[in-house]
Unconditional design. Structure first.
Length: 273
């Protein structure tokens, strides 16, 4: 399995709605934008809970938040979007984690770090997250909107993992693209499983520790296949094993994690038996 060398990307102008915006004015605008989105979201959730989703109108949500209808549509395209005010900003932060990844970090580890931004979004407001979870369980339309939001993260992570495969080296029977998509899905599924369990428990417990445990399972399953870094072909190869007669030879990078080396050796010994 071969990976493209990690190439430095040209600096990008930070979006104006992120904390990395270059001027105090754009940071203030971003903070005001997010504040308004959250106020509209709080008003929508309150009305959905008291009047019901179908009976609530956009005009009522705007009035409850103290703004005009046109202000609502500057922030959300529909009323179901209004209960997810942070997803756009969180997607930007998750992508920033991928863009700033260290050159020799395993791409799967990078993706795990990226999706932690999503968990932190929920953990920042536990009571709101629990209320939103209960509401989405009751209203199929809101549930569908949530699924669509999650799908955006999954596409981002799948593109990232696929971007570290050398497509020119693909050959018939090469399952690298399949592995990248399945691994990205596994990371998102692990995150969602932990998140749902945490929300069903009324946001009790150390959710980041639970997430780290889930990621260990994903790494154990997919880590060896995804590889050990972004170095180019022929340079610092990942752990590999060959057999010559009765001799088992293991080759690994000098900076390869011990668990990766041990997994490779165990697998080779098992196949030899």
């Amino acid at each position: 399995m071969q990976y493209r060398p990690h190439m430095s990307q040209p600096a990008r102008t930070p979006p104006s709605d992120t904390p990395d915006a270059v001027t105090p004015g754009t940071r203030r605008a971003a903070a005001q934008r997010l504040k308004m989105r959250r106020e509209l979201s709080a008003a929508a959730m309150e009305l959905f809970a008291t009047k019901g989703y179908e009976a609530t109108t956009v005009d009522e949500i705007a009035a409850a938040a103290g703004v005009a209808r046109r202000t609502f549509f500057r922030h959300f395209r529909s009323k179901e979007e209004a209960i997810f005010p942070d997803h756009d900003d969180t997607l930007v932060r998750a992508e920033a984690v991928l863009d700033a990844a260290p050159p020799h970090e395993n791409p799967l580890d990078t993706v795990c770090r990226g999706i932690k931004e999503v968990m932190r979004m929920y953990a920042a407001s536990p009571a709101v997250s629990v209320a939103r979870y209960r509401l989405t369980r009751e209203v199929p339309t809101l549930r569908e909107a949530e699924i669509a939001s999650v799908a955006r993260y999954e596409r981002l992570f799948t593109r990232y993992l696929l971007g570290h495969f050398d497509e020119g080296a693909h050959r018939e029977g090469d399952d690298d693209p399949l592995l990248a998509e399945v691994a990205a899905s596994a990371v998102v599924t692990a995150h969602n499983h932990v998140l749902r369990r945490w929300l069903r428990a009324d946001a009790q417990g150390d959710v980041e520790a639970q997430l780290d445990h889930a990621f260990e399972i994903v790494r154990e399953t997919f880590g060896a296949g995804i590889g050990a870094g972004r170095t180019g072909s022929g340079e610092n190869p990942p752990a590999a094993v060959s057999r010559e007669g009765e001799v088992l030879v293991a080759v690994a990078r000098t900076d390869a994690p011990l668990d990766e080396v041990m997994r490779t050796i165990r697998k080779a010994i098992k196949e030899r038996k």
